[in-house]
Design a protein around this ligand. Structure first.
Ligand SMILES: NC(=O)c1ccc[n+]([C@@H]2O[C@H](COP(=O)([O-])OP(=O)(O)OC[C@H]3O[C@@H](n4cnc5c(N)ncnc54)[C@H](OP(=O)(O)O)[C@@H]3O)[C@@H](O)[C@H]2O)c1
Length: 246
């Protein structure tokens, strides 16, 4: 699936996990389209990886079709762009709720919808959704962010059932905490004791390996699978443990 000639579109390719993924895919010979708003940062990653920059704000309606039209076909779609917001839901400005849902959930749904017909016609392709452990657990002061990521998990599970028999793979990447500009951008630093931040390159490696092996889901670090599974089995206990140790 990943190799010379693979056309990959990476949203959020201008920094963090997206830029690290672009570097790995470029090393494997993929042709890249890097999507983001920051033209200078995109151009820098594009120079490094031989990719093409596509400046677009994923919060805007109709942008998914434009991005995929400009890409001229996609074999590997990596929906990675995302934003955070920290604080109690009662204090969250309504526009910020809209923006989080548009960027983190609606844009990936629209991109997947726009990418699928070509993949199904060709009988092959792969979709990656970059979620978060927050979407598996629920996290205080990150309610809407967590909800968007939970939405991605279920979007992936549903689409996987629709397309599995038709040659298209769907992978969800579930990072814990990653050392990127994500926390600076949301305006509140990461303060919890656990999980510890991992480098963006570790997430990128796990993402690429999961696509190559056709995995449905990959947690980074891998031990995060445990609390996520425990939450499904014993939500009250898990909530209590999160309040005590989170
Ligand atoms: N860092 C963590 O601890 C962590 C943990 C779990 C999951 N994640 C997820 O990992 C993904 C990547 O985040 P990161 O950690 O690599 O953070 P990052 O360095 O801040 O990257 C976020 C990327 O999203 C793009 N983006 C944001 N809003 C956009 C918009 N409206 N339109 C187009 N692109 C937009 C940014 O590009 P521009 O600035 O160019 O628009 C940037 O390239 C996100 O989905 C995040 O939720 C991160």
């Amino acid at each position: 699936m990943i190799g010379p000639g693979t056309k990959a579109v990476i949203t959020g390719g201008s920094s963090g996990i997206g830029a690290a993924t672009a570097e790995l895919l470029a090393d494997k010979g993929c042709g890249l389209v890097l999507v983001g708003r920051d033209a200078a940062a995109l151009a820098e990653v594009a120079d490094r990886t031989g990719g093409r920059a596509c400046v677009a704000d994923l919060a805007e309606a109709g942008v998914a079709d434009r991005v995929l039209e400009q890409s001229g076909g996609v074999d590997l779609l990596v929906c990675n762009a995302g934003i955070g917001w920290a604080g109690g839901l009662a204090d969250m400005p309504p526009d910020d709720i809209d923006r989080l849902v548009r960027v983190n959930l609606l844009a990936p749904a629209q991109l997947v919808r726009a990418a699928l017909p070509g993949m199904l016609r060709r009988g092959g392709g792969h979709i990656v959704l970059v979620s978060s452990i927050a979407g598996s657990m629920g996290v205080a002061e990150e309610a809407v962010y967590s909800a968007t990521k939970a939405g991605l998990n279920v979007l992936a599970a549903s689409v996987r059932q629709e397309v599995a028999a038709r040659g298209v793979g769907v992978t969800v990447v579930v990072p814990g905490v990653v050392d990127t500009s994500f926390f600076d951008r949301r305006g509140v630093p990461y303060r919890r004791r656990s999980p510890r931040p991992v480098p963006a390159s570790a997430v990128a490696r796990a993402l690429v390996r999961a696509v190559e092996r056709g995995r449905a889901e990959v947690f980074v670090p891998a031990w995060l699978r445990l609390p996520a599974r425990l939450r499904g089995l014993a939500p009250t206990l898990t909530d209590a443990l999160q309040r005590r140790f989170g």
